[in-house]
Ligand binder design. Structure first.
Ligand code: NAG
Ligand code: NAG
Ligand code: NAG
Ligand code: NAG
Ligand code: NAG
Length: 361
């Protein structure tokens, strides 16, 4: 920052603009109160200038041209989880267990185990019913009923930085399940230590109903507010089950299209006439193979492969994709401006043959 200021100052004094600044302020340098650091720097530079020199800037505000309304808009950039974990209301992070591809040591991060290895074994395999995201979570429950720990066993997802659960709000939970036996799965929001239950429901299904992949859906109404909650999937029934594509999203989203209401209202109040998306570096990727590919971000969310956003170093499930941005533009009454990849990555080390994949739309 400081270096930038210096460069700026250097340029100003080179062109003698500091004198003009002075004249504009209309005060002698010793009378100028420097309230902000930037001004302080200006003052420092100005003290070497000629005190008597004056300049005038006249702005003629009559006439002019009408500025088109479409000049005012907003630029959305997927950076620091602005979308995945931010503006997009999905609460579950790594909902398809696919982030494993990018970082083997992290495995199912940020999912974690409830229970110890003598009562449950959790692993991943490639048995999902979704072709483009084959990884599923496999849970083998070794304990049964009373032999299970009191709190039951399973997995939890803390969301991005803890889930912001609000009393009275209703959340839609969806996940895909396959099991070798009948199931009784507790789906709940709890405090970050798992001790306080904010909402709970038990999903019960016979072995026949879940012997193949089945979509499970339920609504959870929070009885308490907790800004640092987590989603838990637990059981105390012995057996082996597979879980994939877990989603938890509040029912009330902006025009029911999945964006957070509070942030969307603020954005709508800006009355943007265009929406530029989905990002800057996010579009190129550090490496082209990690760039945003619009074709992978349309269609049913469960079937989207997700991708590793290497520009900012996190996984995104791509639930917020090309389609959702178009929808948001429409909902805001803004023109969509899609920043498309022209075959460039941030590091720019690409083979020409790799580029065509992006250029052909
Ligand atoms: C300001 O601009 C208008 C329109 O261009 C012009 O008619 C007028 O003479 C200008 N006024 C001055 C003080 O220059
Ligand atoms: C990969 O895993 C390591 C070890 O757990 C961790 O330090 C690192 O931050 C992870 N990288 C990404 C991109 O998640
Ligand atoms: C499901 O599990 C819960 C908690 O252990 C239990 O209270 C409930 O009776 C079970 N339901 C069935 C149908 O087994
Ligand atoms: C299981 O479901 C998949 C689709 O999810 C389907 O292709 C397959 O035929 C089903 N298998 C059986 C045995 O029903
Ligand atoms: C080109 O793409 C392939 C497949 O994604 C990748 O393995 C390879 O490293 C890429 N080449 C360059 C130079 O990035």
């Amino acid at each position: 920052m400081v270096m930038l200021f210096f460069v700026f100052l250097f340029m100003l004094s080179e062109q003698n603009v500091t004198f003009t600044m002075h004249g504009l302020l209309g005060m002698a340098p010793n009378k100028v109160y420097c309230a902000v650091i930037l001004l302080f720097f200006f003052c420092g530079a100005a003290s070497v200038s000629n005190r008597n020199q004056k300049a005038e800037l006249v702005v003629n505000a009559s006439g002019g041209r009408q500025i088109p309304e479409t000049f005012f808009g907003i630029f959305f950039e997927e950076i620091n989880h602005a979308g995945a974990g931010g503006f997009w209301a999905e609460l579950v992070s790594n909902r398809g267990f696919e982030a494993v591809r990018q970082n083997k040591s992290l495995n199912i991060h940020p999912w974690s185990l409830i229970g110890d290895e003598s009562s449950i074994i959790v692993s991943t395999d490639r048995s999902s019913c979704f072709k483009r995201n084959k990884i599923a979570l496999r849970m083998e429950v070794l304990c049964d009923g009373d032999t299970c720990p009191v709190g039951r066993v399973g997995v939890y997802n803390p969301g991005f930085w803890g889930m912001d659960i609000k009393q009275g709000k209703i959340y839609k939970i969806v996940f895909y399940l396959r099991s070798l036996t009948s199931v009784n799965i507790s789906v709940s929001f709890t405090s970050s230590d798992g001790l306080r239950t904010l909402a709970n429901t038990n999903l019960i299904a016979s072995a026949g109903d879940v012997s193949n992949w089945t979509k499970m859906e339920t609504l959870l109404e929070a009885e308490e507010t907790n800004p640092n909650a987590r989603l838990q999937l637990k059981t105390s029934k012995k057996g082996v089950m597979w879980i994939d594509q877990v989603s938890a999203i509040p029912l009330d989203t902006y025009k029911s299209h999945g964006f957070r209401n509070d942030l969307s209202e603020m954005i709508a109040n800006l009355k943007p006439r265009f929406l530029r998306f989905p990002g800057g570096n996010f579009v190129g990727g550090d490496l082209l193979r990690n760039a945003f590919r619009w074709k992978d971000t349309v269609g049913p969310w469960e079937e989207r492969p997700g991708h590793f956003n290497d520009a900012w170093n996190y996984w995104t499930d791509d639930g917020l994709g090309y389609f959702e941005f178009l929808q948001l533009s429409e909902d805001l009454g803004a023109l969509p401006i899609w920043v498309f990849n022209n075959g460039m990555s941030n590091l720019g080390r690409e083979k020409a043959s790799n580029v065509s994949l992006f250029v052909q739309v």
